[in-house]
Structure formats: structure tokens, C-alpha cells
Design a protein. Structure first.
Length: 192
């Protein structure tokens, strides 16, 4: 079991927590943004966090780990490595998540769905549907960071390495907009 202090230390060392003025995917604004992909720049950090998550699902007899591309490709690989099982990723084709590259899920296989950050859980829910449509059994959902405050319901066991609530605002109530600070859309090349 990894301590909350250690997780926060890793997020700080990997410079994951950005400060500024951000437009989130939800349309809300925030003064903070988690650039979780930065964790995976460093194998020692991704190994430590993914091992902690993998241990939470050790007793579930997972057959396959899957994550939505691109954000969870490396995470899926690392979690599966700790469990000693197969890993694949789902990617969008004409807007819908699908399996390409000859990836497959067999009927009845126990599948762990992983995602680096869960806010509303939209992508995860789509991947869960994909797994079910292929005949797989969703054994759980695992995230590095849960930003939902435990509010997301995937209809299965959901575990995260850390729960972090980051304050966000409707654009009309945003204190940073009121100070005329320009916002940026995370993921754009403006982010250092
Ligand atoms: Zn704003």
C-alpha cells in the first residue's frame, strides 16, 4: 500500500500538477491542471504507482488490462506487467472506441479497465461498453488519480491510487477570468 504522502511527492517530482488558468474538457475553468502523462516520462514513478494499483486488483484473477488510447496506453502496459497478464488498448475509429491491430478479448475473460485520470469517466464508460460487447467481464476500473471525489459509478469495483479534488468554476464565475488572465486548453503546446 502506497501512502498519500508518497503519491503527492511523486506528482510533485514529476511536475504533474500545473498551475495557471485552464479550460477543462468539461467546459469548466480551473487554476490547476493534472498533466498525468508526465508521470510516464519516468519509469521509476510509473512503476511505483502502477504496482500500487495492480496490487489492489491482485485477487481478481485479471486476464487482460485495457486502457483508452493514448492516455492509458503506457499505464495499461505497466499495470499488466505487475499482474503478469496481457494488455491491450482501445482507440477511436470514427469517434468510437474499438480494438485494432489484431487485439482481442475472449468471451468470459476478466478485464481490468485503466485510466490515468478519472474526472467524469466518459472514456472509461465507453471502454467498459466495448469490453462487454466483446463478451468480456469487467472485473474493475483502476485509475492513478480520481478527480471525481468518488462520485463516478462504473457499475463495478473502482479503485484509484489517490483521490484529488481540484477546484473548478463555471466560466461566468471564474476568478481568473475576472482578473483577465488568458486561459489555455490543456494538451495544447502552450503547456510547459
Ligand atoms: Zn476562467
Amino acid at each position: 500500500m502506497i501512502s498519500r504522502e508518497r503519491v503527492l511527492e511523486i506528482l510533485k517530482e514529476a511536475d504533474v500538477l500545473l498551475e495557471g488558468h485552464f479550460l477543462l474538457t468539461s467546459g469548466r475553468h480551473s487554476g490547476k491542471y493534472l498533466q498525468c502523462a508526465k508521470i510516464f516520462q519516468y519509469t521509476k514513478y510509473s512503476e511505483e504507482l502502477c504496482a500500487a494499483l495492480a496490487e489492489m486488483f491482485r485477487d481478481k484473477n485479471i486476464d487482460v488490462v485495457i486502457g483508452p488510447a493514448l492516455g492509458a496506453v503506457l499505464m495499461s502496459y505497466e499495470v499488466s506487467r505487475h499482474l503478469g497478464v496481457k494488455n491491450i488498448f482501445a482507440e477511436r475509429e470514427e469517434g468510437k472506441f474499438t480494438l485494432r491491430r489484431g487485439f482481442s478479448i475472449e468471451k468470459g475473460q476478466k478485464v481490468l479497465v485503466v485510466e490515468d485520470v478519472v474526472t467524469t469517466g466518459g472514456s472509461v464508460k465507453e471502454v467498459i461498453e466495448l469490453v462487454k460487447n466483446l463478451g468480456g467481464e469487467v472485473a474493475g476500473v483502476g485509475a492513478i488519480v480520481d478527480r471525481s471525489g468518488g462520485k463516478v459509478d462504473f457499475g463495478c469495483d473502482f479503485k484509484s491510487v489517490i483521490s484529488l479534488e481540484v477546484e473548478s468554476y463555471e466560466p461566468s464565475d471564474c476568478p481568473l477570468c475576472k482578473q483577465n488572465i488568458p486561459y489555455i486548453k490543456p494538451g495544447s503546446r502552450n503547456i510547459k
